[in-house]
Design a protein around this ligand. Structure first.
Ligand code: BGC
Length: 779
């Protein structure tokens, strides 16, 4: 039983025997006998439904954005009059508990039925305390830690009036051209599912009515991460077997974990926009997967179906409702057209009632009918938001997310002595540290690398700083890449002056730290790129710094896998820090100086050039695989004339300051039947000079299938602490569930035969063994 269902059951026990609902409005005290579902609030919801006019019902389906509301004006804003008329079900992206309280007051004091509003926000990777961007968080491979980030985000957001987050975003993506790879957990369905569960349970907790948990919304259902050509919002076209095996699992994991709401994606699926796709939103989501929460559209998702070319606003609104949409974000298609569709019998009152029922149920689950102001305690932000405790946890999380891509001369960790030249357009930019989709962050309070360095090394190191270059030479590009106040102000100095001043401090230093890469808004929504290189101005800066002969540590900021082929060939030391969040500078410095040994591992493949995209580790073998792994070209085999097949950095890759050796892979049996369990054990030795953490990864290959199977798939991982000189045995348990996949008929099955197991430090793991899955003896 999932947590929401459990909570519902408990509440049912708690409220049974009460003949009235606990809200103080007498109108709700009506009983209703149409409670046929297992929804403990059904009779209460139905009693409200009975009282509602059609307009009030449509109002519940309406989710405007907060628009122009400012503190002190909430009661007189345009939205306030709609709320008073009962035309609003909830609001989103309104920040501050005072404002939210004022707006809730309008609903509770001025609307006829006094139905509380739900307040949503994109709380994506933390609230004011901001954690690394989700792609970075996933690189920690630490489910418990990720769950705790969601708990903290829920605590802070709920303290500030928010009770619903549009997170987690679990869209699998294999295309780094798509800017929103930054918002997800990378390319792998198994890892993505584990993280989806961690986030949903982190936000919602065991008890959604408690005032420090919030409703989660898994998005973007479905397949939003596979747009053609990596261009945001573009068409998606995919076989069902790929959807089921490679893209759906994280959404399903969120549903299984009890997620309370689902956001429909902008893209089409099988020629029907997701927002109007009944197969997706009802047959699959509700009937097959048993989802019992509510579905919200993405921003104007209904209206956009007009542009998709499937009808006018009235017909696409009816299509969405019929498909299974319950709440309309911003577009007001449901609010303004459903009455006509009802009169014309294109939809029924039952269709409308079902949607209203789901939204009212969510409000009950949050406890809003008991106390509409339960998330509106104006004293809470002081004690619960951006606290020292949360920030010190964020510092730890950020350091855990960083991926050491290269350290071939062991320049890292740095010594806390001598002179350091800190150079680069990202070195002193507080506002860029939180990364994309950080609505609630106080970006100017984030800790930039320059400050972090000075704090961590104190007076023991002489830190010199110069910007060195602008983000890019192209001013127009730079404007597009620095939105929402996340500026990197254009320097008044010429490119040459900037460079000369950087070179002058570089020459005086023992080591150079180059803080370069993407700005925060070079990835994220509507930030697709066809060129995945570091901007040219920064490439030129790096090359000039290298010529000084001083060791250069490349500290790379990015929201996506980049093409680093040139830098990898030239620079011995590259630390990928993503966008680390509010405590960025401190966390980066912790890693640079060895207070923390890096342990992050990539969750998306980094290509050699953009022409290799889409590139991912769990591909199929094809009928003409390459016969060598040395990158030699083979005519009439599946490869390129101009670049080898392998990526620059594979999925699962990431170095440490120490060294881990794998040995003694052993299986507890050579075969299992469908009821069996097999233990896979490996010894991991820390043979280097530092204590460290290693993400031990297990991959499986189903050698022969009724349909073609990937060359390998992640099926287990464990992050283990291993002291220097120590050996730890790591054991994974496999059951038939780990061997299952969706076959041609889309049945979830395991097929008898040989399975190859690989265990190691990344997706190229070479230690391997085999076992057989055999049919059970018939009894
Ligand atoms: C995004 C969603 C987001 C919504 C509300 C849309 O543009 O696609 O991910 O939740 O806006 O802010």
């Amino acid at each position: 039983m999932n947590t929401i269902k459990l909570t519902k059951k408990l509440l049912l026990v708690a409220v049974s025997g009460l003949m009235i609902i606990s809200c103080d409005n007498d109108k709700y005290k009506k009983t209703n006998t149409s409670n046929t579902s297992d929804n403990p609030f059904a009779s209460k919801v139905d009693s409200i439904l009975d009282l509602m006019t059609l307009d009030e019902k449509l109002g519940q389906l309406n989710l405007p954005s907060s628009g122009d509301i400012t503190t002190g004006q909430a009661q007189s804003s345009d939205i306030a009059s709609k709320i008073a008329e009962g035309k609003v079900g909830g609001l989103f992206n309104i920040k501050s508990v005072e404002k939210i309280r004022e707006v809730q007051k309008v609903a509770m004091e001025k609307s006829r039925l006094k139905i509380p509003l739900i307040f949503g926000m994109d709380v994506i990777h933390g609230y004011e305390t901001t954690f690394p961007i989700p792609l970075g968080l996933s690189a920690s491979w630490d489910k418990e830690m990720i769950k705790k980030t969601a708990q903290i985000a829920a605590k802070e957001a709920s303290a500030d009036g928010i009770n619903w987050t549009f997170s987690p975003m679990v869209d699998i993506s294999r295309d780094p051209r798509w800017g929103r790879v930054s918002e997800g957990s990378g390319e792998d369905a198994y890892l993505g599912s584990e993280i989806a569960k961690a986030m949903v349970t982190g936000y919602q907790g065991d008890d959604l009515t408690s005032n420090n948990t919030i409703l989660s919304c898994v998005k973007h259902f479905a397949l939003y991460g596979a747009p053609e050509a990596g261009r945001d919002y573009n068409t998606v076209d995919m076989s069902r077997i790929r959807m089921y095996n490679e893209y759906f699992p994280p959404y399903k994991a969120a549903v299984d974990a009890g997620v309370g709401s689902v956001m429909a994606a902008f893209n089409e699926i099988d020629g029907v926009p997701a927002t109007g796709n009944r197969w997706l939103l009802t047959d699959l989501l509700r009937d097959d997967w048993g989802f019992d929460g509510f579905v919200v559209t993405d921003y104007t998702g209904i209206n956009e179906m007009v542009e998709h070319g499937v009808g006018d606003l009235q017909s696409v609104s009816a299509l969405a409702l019929k498909a299974g949409v319950d709440m309309d974000m911003v577009g007001e298609g449901l609010l303004t057209t459903l009455k006509k569709s009802l009169e014309e019998e294109k939809i029924s009152m039952t269709d409308i009632d079902n949607a209203v029922r789901r939204i009212l149920t969510a409000k009950y689950e949050l406890g809003l009918f008991d106390d509409p102001y339960k998330y509106c305690d104006v004293n809470r932000p002081k004690s619960d938001v951006f606290t020292d405790e949360h920030r010190s946890f964020a510092r730890k999380v950020s350091a855990e997310s960083m991926v050491l891509l290269k350290n071939s001369d062991s320049v890292l960790p740095l010594k806390k002595s001598g002179t350091i030249a800190l150079v680069g357009p990202l070195a002193n930019s507080a506002v860029n540290m939180a990364g994309t989709w950080s609505v609630a962050t106080k970006q100017e309070l984030s800790n930039p690398l320059l400050d972090g360095l000075k704090t961590v090394v104190g007076d023991s190191v002489n830190v010199l700083y110069e910007k060195g270059s602008n983000l890019d030479y192209d001013l127009e590009f730079e404007k597009r890449a620095t939105m929402f106040g996340k500026d990197i102000p254009r320097d008044k100095r010429t490119d040459k002056q900037l460079l000369d001043e950087a070179l002058s401090i570089a020459r005086k230093s023992d080591v150079i730290i180059a803080a370069i890469g993407e700005s925060a808004e070079m990835s994220g929504e509507s930030s697709s790129r066809t060129n995945l290189e570091i901007p040219q101005a920064q490439k030129d800066l790096l090359n000039a710094l290298m010529k000084t002969g001083k060791p250069v540590v490349v500290v790379l900021f990015t929201g996506r896998p980049l093409v680093l082929t040139e830098e990898d060939a030239k620079f011995p030391t590259i630390l990928n820090v993503w966008f680390p969040g509010s405590e960025a500078g401190l966390a980066i410095s912790d890693v640079l100086f060895g207070n923390v040994n890096p342990s992050g591992k990539l969750t998306a493949t980094w290509p050699r050039n953009v022409g290799q995209v889409p590139i991912f580790y769990n591909h199929k073998n094809t009928g003409r695989p390459l016969g060598n792994t040395e990158g030699k070209f083979e005519k009439f085999r599946s490869n390129y004339l101009d670049v080898r097949n392998e990526p620059l950095y594979p999925f699962g890759y990431g170095l440490s300051y120490t060294k881990f050796n794998y040995s003694n892979l052993r299986l507890s049996a050579t075969s299992i039947n469908f009821d069996g369990t097999i233990d896979v054990s490996v010894d991991v030795t820390n043979s280097g000079k530092y204590d460290g953490k290693e993400v031990v990864q297990l991959y499986l290959r189903d050698v022969v299938g009724s349909v073609t199977r990937p060359v390998r798939e992640l099926k287990g991982f464990q992050k283990v602490d291993i002291k220097k000189g120590e050996t730890k045995t790591v054991t994974f348990k496999l059951t038939v569930e780990d061997l299952k996949f969706y076959n041609y008929d889309l049945d979830f099955v395991a097929e008898p035969g040989t399975f190859e197991v690989f265990v190691g430090t990344d997706s190229n793991a070479s230690l391997s063994s085999k076992f057989e899955l055999t049919k059970n003896e018939s009894k």
